[in-house]
Ligand binder design. Sequence first.
Ligand SMILES: C[S@@+](CC[C@H](N)C(=O)[O-])C[C@H]1O[C@@H](n2cnc3c(N)ncnc32)[C@H](O)[C@@H]1O
Length: 273
Amino acid sequence: MSSEKYRIPDIDFYQKEMIKPMAEKLFFQDKINFNSIVDVGCADGALLLELSKSNPNLIGLGYDLSEEMVKDAKDNFKDTKTLQVFQDKDLLLAAAKDTKIDVINLSSVLHEIYNGAKKDVIFALNLIKEINAEHIVIRDMYCGMENKTIDIAIDEPWSKLYQAVYKTCEEKEYFFNKLSSYLFHRGPVNSRYRLLDFVLKYRYDVNWEHEVQEDYLAVKWDEIFTLFKVLGYELLLKRKYSPAFIKQTLMKDFALEEDSVPKTHLQMVWKLS
Ligand SMILES: C[S@@+](CC[C@H](N)C(=O)[O-])C[C@H]1O[C@@H](n2cnc3c(N)ncnc32)[C@H](O)[C@@H]1O
């Protein structure tokens, strides 16, 4: 599998964006006990470093397909004794072989996996199976009623959001340009799915050409739920919500009331039964 596809045009900006919601990415920290964790899509290792501050003995194994990210994580881990990072699945599995892995963490990575080829998805799902962790933790973007077309004649939060977004795009050039580029690359914004995908990404400038082409809501949740159940996991926690920074940005940019901001994300914890 080539790491070229995972090259990010402006990696510094990308990494800064990723640590903004760190507290919310660590939602599982006080919900389960763990001393070992595999972080799939660990990027520069920020989450493992943060976790090791409160547990210096934490065994943390990061895994990422991007060569640049793995290099940055290696640099960031150089003064730690129990954190390692891998770009190669077999090396990761070899390192995990003699350790009981308490958590496999999938933070903002499942949607990227599902934007890849089918074989990449199968590869990642097999990795989850092989690690056989006690818990699987997920945090990603989520749209429940994805195919529902928005009807502006109905007074409900999605139609309010739709109207607010189009009004802002008519009035402000920046938003207009983002919307036209989105329409060109991804097609009409007339469903909950597309509207959510657009409002989750319009604010990216530096990496726009990269981000606009990604489907932020690509995860096939039914596939995930079925697989985890077949592997013997049960759902301990499921929460739909909007991260505070997204809620505030949407309220400010589109002059929205709080109750018109849709739930954009999902947090889940699964446990081997
Ligand atoms: C949006 S970032 C999230 C980083 C981090 N988990 C966080 O929540 O801040 C996604 C990361 O997953 C990596 N990635 C994408 N597809 C992957 C795959 N199939 N396997 C492993 N890592 C992948 C990317 O290189 C990137 O570093």
